[in-house]
Design a protein around this ligand. Structure first.
Ligand SMILES: CC(C)(COP(=O)(O)OP(=O)(O)OC[C@H]1O[C@@H](n2cnc3c(N)ncnc32)[C@H](O)[C@@H]1OP(=O)(O)O)[C@@H](O)C(=O)NCCC(=O)NCCS
Length: 161
């Protein structure tokens, strides 16, 4: 298994994996819209035997304090290849690359039992004003202290928020 940046030739395979993982088209269409708007800050795929079996996309967030933040969404692993560490590997490689690109923290809206495995915390997101709050709204600092001050964020246009 290799984790690598997505290229244009992967787009059809990514579309199929995202739609299969979520059992609906909404998230696959979100991926296309984020790309079309130039908001795919970082897109990685997990490839096995030449086939795309996982995908992750990070988009830029607007901030009112100059911090460089990103949103993780969506994360998809092909049914049949789930629970084998691919989702974790995609997030960890994504975080490594984002840190190298200067991103200071990542925000996710997701399952509170899953994302803390790679360091996300709802407590860390308490300083972040967004259309979301509560236990599903979590954050990960790539630069320690990046979320110490209050920040108001805006999502990329394709999220329709
Ligand atoms: C959620 C998802 C990305 C996880 O990817 P994955 O490769 O299966 O996850 P990993 O192998 O890294 O981790 C597996 C562990 O996470 C747990 N897990 C997976 N999905 C979970 C969820 N929604 N809630 C809680 N725990 C979850 C598994 O039970 C497993 O736990 P274990 O190691 O104790 O057995 C994948 O299941 C998926 O594509 N799901 C459908 C789409 C989706 O819901 N995406 C996330 C929202 S953006």
């Amino acid at each position: 298994m290799v984790i690598r940046p997505a290229v244009a030739e992967d787009h059809a395979a990514i579309d199929a994996v995202v739609a299969a993982a979520f059992a609906q088209r909404e998230e696959a269409e979100l991926v296309s819209a984020l790309r079309a708007d130039g908001d795919a800050l970082l897109e990685l795929v997990a490839e096995e035997d030449g086939a795309v079996v996982g995908h992750i996309l990070f988009s830029p967030l607007g901030t009112d304090n100059g911090r460089k933040l990103a949103a993780l969404a969506p994360l998809s692993v092909q049914p049949g290849r789930q629970k084998d560490g691919l989702g974790t590997a995609l997030m960890q490689e994504g975080h490594r690359r984002l840190a190298a690109m200067g991103t200071e923290a990542v925000i996710v809206l997701g399952h509170p039992a899953y994302y803390p495995r790679v360091g996300y915390s709802a407590a860390l997101a308490k300083t972040v004003a967004a259309p979301f709050a509560g236990p599903h709204f979590m954050a990960l600092e790539l630069v320690p202290g990046a979320l110490a001050e209050f920040v108001s964020i805006t999502y990329a246009k394709a999220f329709g928020l």
